[in-house]
Write a protein that binds this ligand. Structure first.
Ligand code: SAH
Length: 413
């Protein structure tokens, strides 16, 4: 999933490339990027941590160019000015390490080997400190980390979301069952130490699965959500909803996407794969009406509240599979003028693409976190009456191998 910690195995290659790189190119910004993370080789979350920023950007440019350059011009990658600790979400797994000692950190990519990452250069410092405190509190409360082999133990993971650049924190404690002895005392101690915690939620995940979060939740403190601001609008975020991990770059991304749409105030806009409704709500003042569709029920509920919070009366939110929803629109002949689409890493489904080709909106603004599936989807769309007018990569995930891209497609006729 898009929101999963980004990792890949390109680090070895990255280090090799660095040693052949030209030293003169090392500016102040680049020198900072030399800071090595001691976990990086094993965790893989920041595959490019040792590469100068210019080189990271160059590779991302080449990656996007390689995947979609055949369809039209690709603009230079939009960089992030101060990229350290940009992530607003920390997810830490609580488990036994390979010596069967309790530990917290991340799984090495593709394995269930726990790497005890306690201070990540990508993550908010206070959020990391909350995770460490929760881990250190467990023995005093008689709480054990969950052992997936025996099914014994309670605490499986902790997720911390920060809003307003770390000034408000939401803590989600994932447990293997609904019980949580002395939860109130636990939460009291935690929130005393971290007054910026606005809510604590217990998420219950009884399944043996690699998904971190389960379906059921209990609010232990506060309202069960955290609120953030993007482009002057307020957004309520629940623990199980998707929210972009780099808010500074997200504002740039959304501005580019909304500019691409060239809205005049008359359009019917579809925000497909809308999450908590951010893109549609940010665009709502510039168009006639927004329909937003999302499959995750929690996110849909947040999106509906967010529309109200921002007085966006022209936004309606639908809980559905985006492909099925598009097909219904096509069957009803209810064609949007502009479609924003922001699918997960796997890209849009064939059903979605078939329906969009039937609907033929004037403009499609495709926001993609995976240039490979973007290229595959563009191949279909450019053979079916669309041309790529513009593509802007945005560095949403500095130090990782990942890159986001906004593409504007317009109808040939
Ligand atoms: N546009 C939002 C969310 C993008 S992430 C933002 O910028 O924050 C992709 C979203 O697509 C997630 O919220 C995910 O729950 C949703 N999603 C995944 N598969 C879907 C599907 N088949 N139909 C509709 N939404 C889907």
């Amino acid at each position: 999933m898009k929101e999963n910690r980004q990792r890949d195995n390109r680090r070895t290659e990255a280090v090799q490339r660095k040693s052949t790189g030209s030293e003169e190119r090392l500016t102040k910004e680049n020198t900072q990027a030399k800071t090595r993370c001691k976990y990086s080789g094993r965790c893989g979350g920041c595959a490019m941590i040792d590469l100068p920023m210019d080189e990271q950007i160059k590779r991302k440019q080449e990656m996007v160019q390689g995947c979609i350059g055949a369809y039209g011009p690709v603009e230079p990658v939009i960089r992030m000015k101060n990229p350290d600790r940009y992530r607003n979400k920390v997810t830490s797994v609580f488990a036994l390490d390979n010596k069967r000692r309790p530990a917290c950190g991340v799984y090495r990519m593709g394995t269930h080997e726990l790497i005890p990452v306690q201070n990540c250069l990508l993550e908010n410092k206070r959020a990391d400190a909350v995770v460490r405190m929760i881990f250190s509190m467990l023995p005093r409360y008689g709480l054990k980390v969950y052992d997936e082999d025996s099914g014994f133990g309670l605490v499986r993971a902790v997720q911390v979301r920060s809003a307003h650049c770390g000034r408000n924190l939401m803590v989600t404690i994932v447990t293997s069952s609904a019980r949580f002895p002395k939860a109130q005392y636990f939460v009291e101690e935690l929130t005393k130490a971290f007054p910026e915690i606005v809510t604590v939620v217990q998420n219950i995940n009884e399944r043996s699965t690699s998904m971190i979060l389960g379906e059921r939740e209990k609010v232990l403190f506060g309202d069960g959500y955290v609120e953030d601001t993007l482009l002057g609008k307020r957004f309520r975020i629940s623990s199980r909803s998707f929210y972009q991990v780099n808010p500074v770059q997200t504002e740039k991304l959304y501005n580019i996407a909304i500019d691409c749409a060239g809205l005049t105030g008359k359009e019917l806009v579809l925000d497909a794969y809308c999450g908590i409704g951010t893109i549609g709500i940010c665009a709502s003042e510039k168009c006639r009406e927004v329909m937003a569709v999302e499959i995750n029920g929690d996110a849909v509920r947040c999106a509906a509240v967010n529309a109200k919070l921002n007085g966006a009366d022209n936004v309606s939110v639908y809980e559905d599979d985006a492909g099925r929803f598009m097909e219904k629109l096509a069957d009803d002949g209810n064609a949007p003028d502009v479609v924003f689409m922001d699918p997960p890493r796997s890209g849009a489904t064939q059903q979605f693409l078939d329906a969009i080709i039937r609907l033929m909106p004037q403009k499609i603004v495709y926001i993609s976190c995976n240039p490979v599936t973007l290229g595959e989807n563009l191949s279909v769309l450019t053979q079916s009456g669309y041309r790529m007018k513009k593509a802007v990569p945005v560095d949403m995930f500095p130090y990782t191998g990942h890159v986001e891209t906004v593409v504007l497609l317009t109808r040939n006729t």
